[in-house]
Write a protein that binds this ligand. Structure first.
Ligand code: URP
Ligand code: ZN
Ligand code: ZN
Ligand code: ZN
Length: 484
């Protein structure tokens, strides 16, 4: 089945021009001016709109058992929401349960994802350290095609790992050619601050933000960067939400360390004033970690995206209903942490980024797909409008408008943190591996359309780093023998 997208302007991270795009059997077979439609091909008129690589959201938690409940969007509905917003691939987190092996967790997640409508992959969680973990990591990389391992420096008593565990795991990542990811918040300090605010009678959602100030994130980001460096490993910092964390990343990069940072769309446009809302439900629905920050942090995150010291805009989509949020009615530490954003990421970023001149169209493509495809070693299969790439394509109408509202969303939750936000710029047509998934504001994707995307290890960074270290390692000085 062939599809010709005609009359658009192709936008990649590194070039843009007027060009048609021809797709056959799920793959892009031609990009250029005035392409001929093969007999029987479906022709989509782009009408001067942009043709972008499908978005990749590298940070979602679909069907995730967390804080005593399970996130409300599963792989079917989460990926439907994604496709409707122009995101054609998600990378979710395979987090082993207490006492569960990585290998068994992987089987569980593959089963959960069978009904995915878009392509997907996984990061593997490292929640402790022992001989089995060391061994299983090799299978995860070489057999399962997962080249990223996630570490939580927060969630004390649950997912949190300590510095010794981090050092072991980062070293193992380096030797396997895998990339470690960190959720960087100092879980010990958060735990004490939570105790303190509860003691002072602050039991509502504002306590969540007070107990996780930017300093706990800045400290943990810096620590993870230094430990990764000592272990000879690159590092990817998820949900970079504040100036302190961004500065730690920028400093590390200026010193030659391979460190990448991922702001979320929520942190770019929403601030901590949300937690002061008098309506408990309203504030609790916005509880996520790290929390929304004072406005001035947003300028730092935007600056990072502009200058290249931050690289990827994700969502951390981990949606809980109002009813689920009420598990923490008497105690903010029990409010399930997480917000949604999968269907709105692209449109909100286009509006707040490209629509204001903070980002170019090419930079938009870089931070929504191309950069993460390169970081995850799936470029240019994903993240590019190029011959041979998967036909994950978005016909992007820069003039289309919509007011975001839970009433018209695909996500299964009963609210939207962007409620009332007016976007200009929306997907008109979305192709997922050559199949029309979204057109005329209607979803055509079906459960099971999505495929698992394995990602090979990429040892080049660790090999180069080891070579440089060897060259510069302390060495014994050979001296002319002087007899005493
Ligand atoms: O609050 C959040 N971010 N929930 C999902 C789990 C995580 O920390 O990423
Ligand atoms: Zn996290
Ligand atoms: Zn280094
Ligand atoms: Zn997350």
């Amino acid at each position: 089945m062939a599809i010709l997208i005609r009359g658009g302007t192709v936008v990649n991270h590194d070039w843009s021009r007027r060009a048609d795009v021809l797709v056959e059997d799920g793959v892009i077979v031609a990009v250029g001016p005035d392409l001929e439609a093969p007999a029987g091909a479906e022709v989509i008129e782009a009408g001067g709109a942009y043709v972008l690589p499908g978005g990749i959201d590298p940070h979602t938690h679909l069907d995730f058992m967390f804080m005593g409940t399970v996130s409300a969007d599963d792989f079917e509905w989460g990926t439907k929401a994604a496709l409707s917003g122009g995101t054609t691939m998600v990378v979710d987190f395979c987090i082993p349960g207490p006492g569960q092996s990585m290998l068994s967790a992987y089987q569980d997640y593959r089963r959960k994802a069978e009904r995915a409508t878009s392509d997907y992959g996984f990061h593997m969680g490292v929640t402790g350290w022992d001989r089995d973990t060391f061994n299983d990591m090799e299978t995860v990389v070489k057999t399962y095609g997962i080249n990223t391992f996630k570490h939580f420096l927060a969630y004390k008593g649950a997912l949190m790992v300590n510095d010794d565990e981090l050092y072991h795991s980062f070293s193992r990542c380096a030797s396997l050619g895998a990339l470690p990811l960190v959720h960087a918040e100092n879980g010990d300090v958060v735990f004490r601050l939570q105790e303190r605010y509860l003691r002072e009678g602050i039991t509502g959602p504002e306590g969540h933000a007070y107990s996780r100030p930017p300093e706990v994130e800045g400290e943990a980001t810096n620590r993870a960067i230094m430990i990764a460096d000592m272990a000879g490993s690159p590092l990817y910092v998820v949900h970079t939400s504040c100036r302190q964390s961004h500065e730690a990343i920028a400093r590390a990069r200026a010193a030659g360390k391979r460190v990448w940072g991922e702001p979320l769309i929520q942190h770019l446009v929403l601030d901590d004033g949300e937690y002061q809302n008098r309506d408990w439900d309203y504030a609790a629905r916005r509880v996520m970690s790290p929390p929304f920050r004072p406005k001035e942090h947003q300028a730092s995150l935007w600056a990072g995206l502009q200058s290249g010291s931050l690289h990827v805009v994700a969502t951390d989509h981990c949606a809980f209903t109002t009813e689920q949020k009420r598990l923490g009615a008497a105690d903010f530490t029990r409010i399930p942490n997480g917000t949604g954003g999968l269907e709105d990421r692209m449109a909100v970023l286009w509006t707040a980024g490209v629509g204001t001149g903070r980002l170019t169209r090419e930079e938009f493509v870089a931070v929504t797909s191309a950069n993460i495809a390169r970081i995850l070693n799936i470029y240019p299969r994903k993240g590019a409008v190029a011959v041979g790439s998967d036909a994950d394509l978005v016909v992007w109408d820069p003039a289309a408008t919509r007011t975001i509202s839970a009433a018209s969303q695909i996500s299964r939750i009963d609210y939207n943190v962007f409620e009332g936000y007016e976007v200009t710029g929306l997907p008109a047509v979305v192709l997922s591996r050559g199949k029309v998934a979204w057109i005329d504001r209607e979803l055509r994707a079906e459960a099971g359309d999505g495929q698992y995307v394995p990602r090979p290890a990429f040892p080049a960074v660790a090999v180069a780093d080891a070579q440089w270290r060897e060259l510069n390692a302390p060495k014994r000085v050979e001296r002319i023998d002087v007899t005493p």
